[in-house]
Design a protein around this ligand. Structure first.
Ligand SMILES: [Zn+2]
Length: 218
């Protein structure tokens, strides 16, 4: 009996041990992560370098099974973190624009740094299309915005142009994400009507954002 209890205790101890890749990234700020991974030298930010440095895989997925019975577009799963032993993987929906895919990955990296305590053995974190304006989802969005549009680059580029469309292009983020980031930094901007003709999908995102259907970042 004693031996069994000892073994169970040992197993329990093993289960609460944090996944190694998460241990490495936890509590790091977006700027610390970029510096550490050698990704703070150019834009668009290379998310692959972050994946490689921490050993967190990034995997495209259609989420067909997860979304099979979900008709509400805003309730659909578009990203997740899966933790299994010392493996951590980010799955992201590949049915949306590249910019949105990038933001989803950045959002999940944010959870890996900020919310590691929730990510124990076999933990799965889902990101849905609809996001709240508070709580951990909002925190992850702000973090993702800083990761993709870091201070080192945004101020110098903003001095050259205040057009949100061209800034969004430079950072490879959606127009909606760029507008939310500029709002967050209290930087005024304009949206050139000529430029927006080329980004119809992003116009949809922006209109949804203005109508309040999507959260501050998506
Ligand atoms: Zn999330």
């Amino acid at each position: 009996m004693k031996r069994i209890i000892k073994r169970l205790k040992k197993e329990k101890k093993g289960k609460t041990k944090m996944c190694k890749p998460l241990e490495k990234i936890r509590n790091k700020s977006p700027e610390e992560i970029l510096e550490e991974c050698g990704a703070y030298n150019q834009i668009p930010i290379d998310l692959g370098k972050i994946s490689q440095h921490y050993g967190i895989s990034i995997i495209p997925d259609s989420f067909e099974n997860e979304n099979a019975d979900i008709n509400d577009e805003f309730e659909k799963v578009i990203g997740m973190v899966v933790v299994n032993g010392d493996n951590a993987g980010i799955f992201y929906s590949n049915i949306y624009s590249i910019n949105r895919q990038r933001f989803t990955v950045a959002h999940e990296f944010a959870h890996c740094s900020l919310h590691t305590n929730r990510m124990q053995e076999n933990y799965i974190e889902y990101r849905k299309n609809k996001l709240s304006k508070e709580g951990i989802e909002y925190e992850a969005n702000v973090f993702a915005g800083e990761l993709l549009i870091p201070p080192k680059f945004i101020y110098s580029l903003y001095n050259k142009t205040q057009c949100a469309v061209s800034l969004a292009k430079s950072f490879a983020v959606s127009l909606q994400v760029m507008c939310a980031r500029l709002d967050y930094l209290n930087l005024k901007y304009y949206i050139s009507s000529d430029a927006i003709k080329t980004v119809s999908e992003e116009l949809f995102d922006l209109l949804a954002f203005q109508k309040g259907e999507l959260s501050a970042y998506a």
